[in-house]
Design a protein around this ligand. Sequence first.
Ligand code: S3P
Length: 443
Amino acid sequence: MNRVNGVRKGVSQPVAALYGTAAVPGDKSASHRALMLGGLAVGETRIEGLLEGEDVLRTAAAMRAMGCEVETLGSGAWRVVGVGVGGLAEPEDVLDMGNAGTAARLLMGVLAGHNMTVFLTGDASLRSRPMARVSTPLQMMGAQFITREAGRLPLAIVGAADPVPIEYRLPVPSAQVKSAILLAGLSAPGETTVIEPEATRDHTERMLCHFGATVRTETAEDGAGRITLVGQPELAATDIVVPRDISSAAFPIVAGLITNEASISLPCVGLNPHRSGLLVTLREMGAKIEETNARDVAGEPVADLVVTSGPLSGVTVPAARAPSMIDEYPILAVAAAFAEGDTRMCGLGELRVKESDRLATVRDGLVANGVDVTIEGDDLIVRGRPGAVPGGGVVEARHDHRIAMSFLVMGVGTADPVGVDDMSPIDTSFPGFLLLMNELGAS
Ligand code: S3P
């Protein structure tokens, strides 16, 4: 590993075997939400298993800057003393959300229900991402925004004095947009309803109920989901156990599948059905992933997983599955390079507006490592060559943690090592990634 001006280059060497236990960090989506809802509840919330990655620490700092007590008790245990719905104080300075799109968008929802002025910014990646998808419905609820072109950060938000509940049909399948509206709806009288034609992760709904809010989920006549929050609840502080992140587990899982010999155990992985599309897809490809000890923690399903190496075959992944594995396409594309035949991943337009343009970064990374890959419209097609994936390239991470991790994983199974130009983004979601992978036998 080389470090130059904060940029950390990395190289992953091919290895023969991977064995051991991969205790991946806490779920990023649940961690942001636990800190925000803990801050909006009355009293002291204890959180266990919080992801202590840079993205989540930004949320912790923002909640603190607005008057909540937020402190670490060590080893993933945190204490949050909330101020109640509507009780946040205007922060004295700009809130810098770093790389964290979830933090920025969900906080916009929280802030829309607080009548104060807040300035938000982020790193180069976050400043390039679309925010109008969030500010548009929040304006309908009474918040005002001044933004850069196309709603981009930095932006200023003046929260509504009298927030108005709305009924809003999501134009894009986005849990972040849904969550921002529901969080703003906490401050509005009456019922706020979000209609989602395609189901997205429902951590906000589950956690709101865990804090004592009333949220109803129904199916509309056209099959869309209708999620309704009863506004102005008193959220009661509670205890939360954050499951381990399926999106982080994806990396050791695929590493195990593409290595000649592997058996990797992953305890207590969150298996929310709106998050676990990768497991469905990998099993369709022939992957051996066992699931035991299924249980619920703090309103979320979890289980222990064991993955063993074995041959994979190419499949077509339907567009309808995209919301349930939206963050996992980079690592699935890596798995597809090692599968027999073609894998077609359909309907990936949303990947263009993630931490990087993931359709382009994945294609460029695969091409740099000798893989046959094309983009057709919004579909990504990877032509696999089991046992004969060349490697030998250096991949541009483009501020994207999942790109850096996906290609380091690729290097465990290629003929030649795979380089990544900057591993520093990995700390946003998976601090300890290198150590965990190396303890399994990666290099
Ligand atoms: C997230 C939702 C997804 C996902 C992101 C986390 C969340 O984004 O890509 O990493 O926690 O709600 P979109 O809602 O924009 O699809």
